[in-house]
Each structure stands twice: as C-alpha cells, then as structure tokens.
Design a protein around this ligand. Structure first.
Ligand SMILES: Cc1ncc(COP(=O)(O)O)c(C=O)c1O
Length: 386
C-alpha cells in the first residue's frame, strides 16, 4: 500500500521533468526502507524499537510498521502522539529521563505507555507519582561511551555503572519492573563497542540480588557515508549476540535495540537546486540549517550525490566544489568539498542520498528557508545515490 495523499513520482527524473522544483524536495524510496527494516529486524538478536527522533515522517512510520517494526522509542509526548496517530497498535517506550510535568501520566493514561526511563534516584519519585508502577517497566540508564562513536550519548544522561545496582533496586522497590538501558553513542564505527558495554553490564548485574528481564542496548548502529565507512550490520549483531550470551538475565530475558540512523538513513534522498555559482563555490537552496543538519557532527562529512540538468543525469568530468547553503550565515557550508560535474550551474539539481537520518527532524526555518516537500518514488528499481 502507498499513501495516496502524498505526491508520488516514478523516479527523480520524473520529479524533475514534471515539476522542475526550485525548493528542496525529500524523496522517500519505500522499497529501500522496506529492505533496510527487514534486514535489521531479521538480523538483530532481540526486539527492535525504532528511535523516531531520527525521522518521524508519518510515511516512514507507516512503511516501517508494514515492514515489521512494532515498537517505538520516543523522547517526548509530542513524539508519542505522532507515533500513536500513524501506528494505532504500536508499543511505545518513553525513554527520556527528562519529561515535562504530567507527560508520563498522559503517556500512560491516554497512550497506553508502560515503559519509562530514569538515570538518577531523583527521577524516580516524580515518575512514580504519575504512573501505575505495578503496570510499568522502568529502565535505569547507564552511562557508557565508546571512542568509535560519532557522538557521545552518555555525557548528558546516564548514571555511572557503580550507581546502577542501587538505582535498579530502588526501581524494583517502587513496584515497577526494573530494566537496564545504555547508549554507546551515535554512528558507532566499531562493533566491539557493544561488547564492551555489555561487559560492564555483566559486572553490574552480578551485584544485584535479582535478575532483570530487559536489556536495551540503545541506538548507534551506523550507516556508511563517503569518508565514513563502517562494517556491515551483521558484525554488530553477531558481536552483540555473542557478548550477551553470557549475561545473567532472567530466563525470559530479552535484548532491545533503539536504532535510529541505521533504519532511517538509507531510503531517503534530498533533491536540491543550484541558486548561484561563483568559480569553485556552489550555492544551493538548502544547507546546514536544513537537509544537511546532521553534518554539524564532526566525523560524518558528506552524502553521496548525483547531478541533473533539465531532468537528465549530468555526467562528465568532475571537480571539487565548496557547497554552501542559502542563509546569510558563513557557517552554512558543507564540511568538505564535494565532487560535482565541472560545468555545474544555476538551475541544475543535485540529489543527495542516504540523508534520511537527522535531516527532516533537524531542519530549521532559519532565515525563512524551510524544506517541507516530501514525495515518494514508486519505481522499485530506482535507487538513491549510494
Ligand atoms: C536514547 C537514544 N536512543 C536511540 C538513539 C538513536 O541513535 P542512532 O540514530 O545513532 O541509532 C538516540 C540518538 O540520539 C538516543 O539518544
């Protein structure tokens, strides 16, 4: 099934020929997303919660649900509302230790949420006040980072491993089921990072007088980008599976993962248009405050791309260009020079692939530029630039 309310084109050439877009367009390749989700769900040795912060577009939620995602990691009540609207039967996890007052109550009473998270003893009482602990699972989030991650997700949230046993005991004493979560970072380059964190979990669990059932190993599963090449996901799944085998979980113990980037990056491209060319500088209709928001993170440098002129692929000799966005901010420039056809010019289009993660969800309307046109690509043989 496709969403009939959305604009759909056979492929990007069809989009360009029919509409010659002057504003940025995000293209969803449903077949790429389906394959990506099925690959992850079949390969990961546990339950897969999609971290919707990476891309919460309703069409993506719909495709992911169709492809086998039933559980969603949300960070706010707004995300929970959006997921519930798109996926009425979803199981939703509210996995942020910081919430607005009353939101945990609303999440539980109005949206059936049963899974919550804290990372400090001070977070327990305010949460328990709002939910029925007897019907809830509360995760303790452990801080653990790894040098191979693009971003550290334990600098702000997470209790030190030595404080986790007492936190888990306090959760259990409250009447809720105690569970454990960690996040080794985003864009984790080395599968060993998960084994390292699970090793710490092993030591923590050995200090507990009871066994936990659920271990959530977070997100961080990466996607290769030009200049940021990572091992296949199988290596992460296998390393995790082996490391977790020895864990003293309860008999019905389960692993959970919260992938965002690995699921949302592959099936989306952004089609931009050249507004101005000055020698080796190309100014696009979108930039670091829009589709390229994720490139502010050091390490990931660019996306694969291809150029078009008058709806035809533009080929020929290439040259490295500085690529800049449309805003008046000097920082609105892609971090590295991009190889483009040497004669690229005003009105040409450039499609950037694997841009589904942290693009739509990070874009701003700075300077009045805001890309909001999302279309689907119907030809199952069409592929975004890779
Ligand atoms: C709690 C939590 N879970 C999951 C994710 C998803 O991470 P990734 O997109 O690297 O898989 C993040 C990213 O910020 C996060 O903070």
């Amino acid at each position: 099934m496709t969403n009939e309310a959305m604009e759909s084109f056979t492929n990007v050439v069809d989009l360009l020929r029919k509409t010659n877009p002057q504003h940025p367009v995000y293209c969803i390749y449903p077949h790429v997303y389906r394959q990506t989700v099925e690959h992850f769900v079949n390969g990961f040795p546990g339950r897969v919660l999609y971290a919707v912060k990476a891309n919460i577009h309703p069409e993506i939620l719909r495709i992911f649900t169709e492809a086998g995602i039933r559980e969603f990691d949300c960070a706010s009540l707004r995300e929970i509302e959006q997921v519930r609207e798109s996926c009425p039967d979803a199981t939703i996890y509210f996995m942020n230790p910081v919430r607005f007052k009353g939101d945990a109550r609303t999440a539980q009473e109005d949206y059936g949420v049963r899974h919550f998270l804290i990372d400090h003893p001070s977070g327990l009482a305010p949460l328990i006040e709002e939910i029925n602990p007897g019907n809830s699972v509360i995760f303790a989030r452990m801080a653990v980072s790894h040098a191979s991650a693009l971003t550290n997700l334990s600098a702000k949230f997470g209790a030190k491993p030595e404080n986790i046993p007492s936190l888990l005991k306090a959760i259990a004493a409250s009447g809720a089921e105690a569970a454990l979560a960690f996040n080794v970072g985003s864009g984790v380059k080395d599968p060993e990072a998960y084994a390292y964190a699970i090793g710490i979990v092993h030591r923590v669990l050995a200090e507990l007088p009871f066994k936990i059932r659920l271990l959530d190993i977070g997100g961080g599963f990466p996607k290769s980008y030009p200049g940021y090449v990572v091992p296949p996901l199988e290596n992460y799944f296998e390393r995790t599976r082996i490391a977790a085998e020895e864990l003293p979980l309860a008999d019905n113990g389960e692993l959970l993962a919260e992938p965002g980037r690995a699921l949302s990056a592959p099936g989306m491209s952004a089609v931009t248009c050249v507004l101005l060319r000055k020698t080796d500088r190309v100014y696009l209709n979108d930039g670091m405050y829009g589709a390229f928001w994720d490139l502010r993170v050091k390490g990931q440098l660019e996306y694969p791309c291809r150029a078009y002129r008058n709806g035809e692929l533009l080929q020929g000799e290439k040259k490295a260009f500085r690529v800049l966005g449309p805003t008046c901010d000097s920082d609105d420039e892609l971090p590295v020079r991009i190889e483009l056809p040497a004669d690229i010019d005003v009105g040409d289009h450039i499609e950037f692939g694997t841009i589904g993660a942290y693009s739509l969800s990070g874009r701003t309307d700075f300077n009045g530029f805001y890309s909001d046109r999302v279309v689907t690509i119907s030809d199952a043989t069409a592929l975004p630039p890779v």
